[in-house]
Ligand binder design. Structure first.
Ligand SMILES: CC(C)(COP(=O)(O)OP(=O)(O)OC[C@H]1O[C@@H](n2cnc3c(N)ncnc32)[C@H](O)[C@@H]1OP(=O)(O)O)[C@@H](O)C(=O)NCCC(=O)NCCS
Length: 405
């Protein structure tokens, strides 16, 4: 194999698009408008692998701002990774990941992040499972709310009005929840609002429910419905996104979604793991939840990443980090969080805590128990150090990433 890796030219878009679809076992949908994908793809951030003249691998990055505990940092969203079935297990992905992470470093982004098709792939490249999600299924007839209905109103609105309200709510919540991503106008158009019939899989068009309270729009739910009749109505509601900036919006939107006649099956693929829905209802068990890993984080510039988030406690910790895939990150880093702020720099002091960069990625957004990772052998340190590190890295709310990219 004569392997080279480079960004694509705009003229290579069609081949890239087709190869990516085939890498996932499909074809580009001829009914899809490729201009949306063309608009969000960043050509200079693509990594395509060639065997001679043949394109055999695709990859790229979206430039996001990621909410981290107490701040926002630039994150390369690692994406559209595929290798043609004829060229697998020969190091093509490894070569593309090298090129991708070197580019992230050249740009000065401290973090990379991704959603993994298989959880076995990306640990070796330094990514750690930083967030989880709850896939929930509700049988609406069993959902009884314990509190009073909020005073505001839920309205169904058309896409144009919905878009403006959704952006307002999203931007209100985004700084408060680690794991959330910036959304460009092209992203709103091509991802959130895009709703051609062939994408609905037998469901109706997206519905946009907006909750307005005394202070204006406070939340929204985007969902699709599917008719189903047996002897009784068994219709389904699939929520694609629910954002509530206030407790009232949360209660009102879930009451609304579970009280639509003929549609008793309600599903949401991505409830935050610390969502209050189970606590709002009389029988929490009726909110059936299944856990999945969601956003994976990779620290590319360790001092900037650690200095760029806040810590709930004060403390001093020397981290001994191993990074087999980017070995020049190997070393010891002194993290100090105090009343004057946070600093992180390389040090020659002995390490208190030893860990791989992927474990640091898992801990980074504050959603992991350090003692769990220590028991599983991912982190090594004495009990006092683990208690200090646990207090430093923990965060509330839990991290949550609302969308796959
Ligand atoms: C996943 C995929 C990109 C891997 O590409 P590849 O060129 O075969 O990977 P490489 O040969 O560079 O392998 C690199 C390492 O990852 C491992 N690996 C690759 N794919 C793996 C998988 N699916 N499960 C477990 N390990 C995997 C290899 O064994 C190798 O391990 P090593 O470095 O310890 O020897 C390819 O199988 C693919 O296109 N799959 C379908 C699309 C997909 O799932 N894309 C990922 C989207 S998030």
């Amino acid at each position: 194999m004569d392997l080279t890796v480079r960004p694509i030219e705009e003229s290579e878009f069609d081949t890239f698009h087709a190869k990516m679809a085939r890498g996932f076992g499909g074809d580009p949908d001829p009914k899809d408008d490729p201009s949306f994908f063309r608009e969000i793809i960043e050509f200079d951030r693509t990594v395509a692998a060639f065997d001679g003249d043949e394109m055999v691998g695709t990859g790229g990055a979206f430039s996001f701002d990621l909410t981290v505990p107490g701040g926002v940092l630039a994150m390369a969203g690692t994406t559209i990774i595929s290798v043609q079935p004829t060229h697998r297990r020969r190091g093509v992905l490894r070569a593309m990941m090298k090129a991708h992470l070197e580019e992230v470093r050249r740009r000065g982004e401290p973090l990379a992040g991704l959603w993994a098709s298989e959880s076995s792939i990306y640990g070796r490249f330094g990514y750690g499972q930083a967030t989880d999600l709850h896939q929930v299924k509700l049988d609406a007839g069993t959902i009884e709310f314990s509190g009073d209905a909020p005073a505001g109103a839920v309205r169904l609105v058309e896409p144009d009005e919905a878009r403006a309200s959704m952006k307002t709510v999203y931007e209100r919540i985004r700084p408060t929840r680690p794991g959330m991503l910036s959304r460009s106008e092209a992203w709103w158009t091509g991802r959130m609002m895009y709703d051609p019939e062939h994408r609905r899989r037998g469901r109706y068009a997206k519905r946009f429910a907006v909750y307005t309270g005394p202070a204006g729009v406070e939340g929204y739910a985007v969902y699709r419905q599917k008719d189903k009749w047996d002897d009784f109505p068994e219709g389904e509601i699939r929520v694609s996104e629910l954002m509530a900036a206030t407790p009232d919006a949360h209660e009102a939107l879930w009451r609304y979604l579970t009280r639509i006649d003929l549609f008793p099956r309600v599903e949401y693929w991505n409830l935050p793991v610390d969502d209050e829905l189970p606590w709002r209802v009389v029988e929490a068990r009726r909110v059936r939840r299944q856990v999945w890993d969601a956003l994976w984080i990779r620290l590319v510039d360790i001092p900037r990443a650690l200095q760029g988030r806040s810590y709930r406690a004060e403390g001093r910790l020397v981290l001994g980090v191993r990074d087999p895939f980017m070995p020049d990150n190997d070393g010891r880093y002194l993290l100090e969080a105090g009343p004057g702020g946070v600093t992180c720099a390389r040090t020659s002091d002995d390490a208190d805590l030893e860990l791989d960069v992927s474990a640091l990625g898992a801990l980074y957004l504050g959603g992991r128990s350090i003692s769990t990772l220590a028991r599983a052998g991912w982190v090594r340190g004495d009990a006092v150090t683990l208690a200090t590190a646990g207090a430093l890295f923990a965060w509330d709310p839990q991290p949550w990433c609302p969308e796959i990219f």
